[in-house]
Design a protein around this ligand. Structure first.
Ligand code: ADP
Length: 491
């Protein structure tokens, strides 16, 4: 099959979160199964160009219709760790992708509407006719809309779209100018509840809703989150739309790319180890302590890695630091705030705790340090408010770092409480789960984990091994996506 992925991120060259990991990992899995996969991405100025091999021009002066005129783009091509990627660089005065960041501009909907339009135009003009176009999140929600409403009439009538939603919170809400810019026009047609009109703001268009309505298949990234999105408030207003389109909606659990995330082969950690050689994990703990100037001790090391955002339960992340310090544990945090307020709060905390030899807060994004923390920590906390899938707990399991998670979304589907889980035998359990959003719930889980570490070290090691035995690779998800592709291809 010939599959083209259109996305705003692809790890490690552009990564703001799990979306980048998923786009890369799924592409590799599909290619290893013999399918032809290509990726189309924006050419940001802030990409990790050191992860692109053989970058060269693929299509110069691509004219992209825009507001009745056109914007010229150059398309470059290169390999990101073996994946063939096309990068779209616009020559517009708007400098759509030269902003020094991936997201966060006031005109983000316009930037990514342009990217979606340019990607479709590139497929059309370079005569690429994939069997499947796979697009992701609100940034590319317009792709199926434009395919169905425009490009099928230009010769792309056989292409089918799979649309994956990684986070319902950000939906790409925008005004009618998007229609004029992309050439869709006809506001009276698109401002319709059955099409792109936002379910709660009648004056706004919703790009994610467009993706759901027009794609041939829609999924989110874990079965439990698919249920939550339909029946609870984490669908952020799209539950009714999902209900209408329930026949083409499901949840497919993300995998982890074990070529990148594997303690036995990871080149970014000082000591490789595996399930039969766990004592070398301790060397990483020592290296982590040395790097972050933590004192040597026999205390467990607890970590948090992730965006510092309301979604991630920041108030519980904050509480977990102090609870760990008060209960004879060390703590390492690696995260970047998605708002200046949260960033400042944690920076303030960092200065406050500066002289404490048992804690280090690293505010920012650091892929290399993340590997060392996964390898060096004993436990990781993931107290998310909601979590469509979550990759940090999956990576932690592979690195023998016990996850302490809130039982929501993908966390509930992948972590099973050591002390109580009616669906899993004791030898199949792999972490700690709590359910409420308050401090007491988090404390009860952390207390049990720290208690086991101190009082029953053999049992703790057993729990570590049970976690490492889980296979959350892309294999299962790869098969499920291929089933979806086959299903929509002949529909
Ligand atoms: P998200 O909601 O951000 O997509 P996920 O758990 O799905 O959360 O994926 C997060 C990914 O980003 C993981 O690979 C994690 O290691 C990585 N990550 C998050 N924050 C940071 C950071 N500050 N530095 C390095 N890696 C990070």
């Amino acid at each position: 099959m010939y599959i083209v992925q259109i996305a705003s991120e692809c790890a490690p060259v552009i990564k703001a979160g799990g979306l980048g990991d998923v786009v890369y990992g799924l592409s590799r899995e599909l290619e290893e199964r013999g399918h032809c996969v290509e990726l189309i991405l924006p050419m940001y100025d802030c990409m990790r160009y050191d992860h692109i091999w053989g970058l060269h021009d693929a299509y110069l002066d691509l004219g992209v219709p825009w507001y009745g005129g056109e914007i010229k783009c150059d398309v470059f091509c290169g390999w990101v760790h073996g994946r063939l990627c096309f990068f779209i660089q616009s020559k517009s005065q708007d400098q759509f992708f030269n902003r020094g960041h991936v997201y966060g501009s006031h005109d983000d909907p316009m930037r990514f509407a342009f990217f979606s339009k340019a990607a479709m135009e590139f497929l059309l003009k370079s005569n690429k006719r994939p069997d499947i176009i796979h697009c992701h999140d609100w940034q590319t929600g317009l792709v199926p809309v434009m395919l169905y409403e425009m490009y099928q009439y230009y010769g792309m009538e056989r292409q089918r779209v799979c649309y994956t939603i990684h986070n319902f919170r950000h939906q790409g809400s925008c005004g009618k100018e998007i229609l004029a810019a992309t050439g869709l026009n006809r506001p009276e047609y698109y401002f319709d509840y059955a099409r792109l009109q936002d379910n709660f703001n009648p004056f706004a268009l919703n790009l994610m809703k467009g993706g759901i309505v027009y794609a041939n298949y829609v999924n989110t990234v874990s079965p439990h989150h698919a249920w939550e999105a339909r029946f609870t408030d984490v669908g952020y207003g799209l539950g009714h739309t999902l209900a209408i389109h329930q026949d083409k909606f499901s949840g497919i659990l993300n995998g982890v790319d074990y070529n990148f995330w594997n303690p036995a082969t990871d080149k970014l950690i000082p000591a490789n180890y595996d399930i039969d050689n766990l004592k070398d994990k301790a060397k990483n703990k020592q290296a982590l302590r040395q790097r972050l100037l933590l004192q040597e001790s026999d205390r467990p090391l607890i970590a948090y890695i992730g965006r510092l955002d309301e979604q991630k339960g920041v108030h519980l992340v904050h509480h977990s630091i102090y609870y760990a310090l008060e209960h004879n544990a060390q703590y390492v945090l690696l995260g970047s705030g998605t708002s200046p307020e949260v960033n400042n709060k944690f920076l303030h905390e960092k200065y406050f705790l500066n002289d404490n030899p048992d804690v280090h807060l690293e505010i920012g994004f650091d892929e290399e340090l993340a590997h060392l923390i996964y390898a060096g920590a004993d436990m990781i906390v993931v107290p998310s408010n909601f979590e469509p899938c979550g990759l940090t707990q999956l990576i932690s399991l592979k690195y023998g770092t016990v996850p302490i998670v809130r039982g929501v979304g993908g966390l509930l589907s992948t972590v099973f409480d050591r002390d109580y889980d009616p669906d899993h035998a004791p030898e199949k359990r792999n972490g700690y789960v709590f359910y409420q959003m308050d401090n007491a719930a988090l404390e009860s889980a952390m207390k049990r984990a720290i208690g086991l570490y101190y009082d029953y070290p053999k049992e703790f090691e057993q729990l570590v091994q049970q976690g490492m035995e889980y296979d959350y690779s892309w294999q299962a998800a790869g098969s499920q996506y291929l089933n979806v592709y086959e299903y929509i291809r002949y529909k």
